[in-house]
Ligand binder design. Structure first.
Ligand code: PMV
Length: 309
């Protein structure tokens, strides 16, 4: 049996803007998806999805998952008409919108296939295959999710020909809380909405996008110098920019305010938005616990994890 894993991720700065080649910053988190591949006699492929998931997620993503799997097999050069493959997905990363669940599963499957069929794929190749798999979920993904899922750590990412990926160093890991709205977000629709509004209001969007570009540079400096207060402030500013391109939601805004009121240094939505997760910067176990409890008290689920691992 071939086995492989992919990291969950959190986008700390500039989701959505990243689609238009504005730099973004993401980090792997302490949860992973694990894929196991069994090679059987016969033909075709199947997925047994044993990941923990928020209700409704797996059903909603089933068609995307099928398309993604076809793309992964093609990119890996495996013909499921001449062999039978069973994929088992597990691990501690909850299948939900905003934690990079789809990218983590694509990277995990690519690694497990490489091991099962002795293909010897490098991390770069795994990342390429995971990117192909991500297209099944997102249409035209920027590539940030699969890059974080494949390589881990804290990354600076800029879409382009080729993509720019730099590893950033964080002096020490920092606690975060990811608050879950419980709403399964449709990233494709959110990305399409931004595109449409950007075309209708070019000037307004140009100003916002310029601000996002400047913010990425400043946020990078703050992370690299471990100025967590500044990082938190930039997260707050990033959330405002994301609100202005209309990808936040009532619940995301509520969780962001709640986190700040309970001691988070900063908070923002993360990922596709319109639901899914938000992230709060909560250095130290005490603040982390306090913020998570406040979210749980309001009926939301809170994931306590760390960035920069
Ligand atoms: O919803 P997620 O966690 O898969 O993140 C999507 C990030 C976007 O910037 C909105 C889209 C992309 O392809 O980068």
């Amino acid at each position: 049996m071939g086995e492989g894993s992919g990291y969950g991720k959190v986008i700390l700065f500039n989701e959505h803007f990243v689609v238009y080649s504005i730099p973004a910053i993401a980090s792997a988190i302490g949860s992973k998806t694990i894929a196991k591949v069994e090679h059987l006699e016969g033909k075709g492929w199947s997925i047994q999805d044993d990941r923990p998931a928020i209700p409704g997620y797996k059903k909603e993503k089933l068609d995307h998952q099928k398309e993604s799997m076809e793309r992964i097999l093609k990119a890996a050069g495996i013909d499921a008409n001449s062999t039978q493959i069973k994929i088992i997905l597990e691990g501690d990363l909850k299948a939900a919108s905003g934690v990079g669940a789809s990218a983590a599963s694509c990277a995990a499957i690519a690694r497990a296939l490489s091991r099962q069929f002795n293909l010897g794929f490098s991390d770069e190749k795994i990342n390429e295959i995971a990117y192909e798999g991500e297209k099944g979920y997102h249409g035209t993904p920027s590539g940030i999710d699969n890059t974080a899922a494949t390589f881990g750590g804290l990354i600076w990412f800029q879409k382009g020909e080729p993509n720019v990926m730099e590893r950033l160093k964080l002096k020490e890991p920092v606690e975060i809380v990811m608050g879950n709205t419980g709403v399964v977000a449709n990233t494709k629709a959110a990305v399409a909405g931004v595109k449409e509004r950007k075309e209708n209001e070019p000037e307004k969007y140009e100003n916002i996008f310029n601000a996002a570009n400047d913010l990425a540079q400043e946020a990078r400096k703050a992370l690299e110098s471990y100025d967590l207060e500044a990082v938190g402030n930039y997260m707050n500013k990033n959330h405002e920019l994301l609100q202005s391109i209309e990808v936040s939601s009532k619940d995301l805004d509520l969780l962001v305010e709640l986190a700040k009121d309970h001691g988070a240094l900063g908070a923002k939505m993360t990922g596709g938005g319109l639901g899914g997760y938000m992230v709060a910067l909560t250095p130290g176990k005490n603040v982390q616990e306090e913020v998570a409890k406040a979210m749980e008290k309001e009926g939301f689920e809170a994931l306590k994890t760390r960035i920069g691992i």
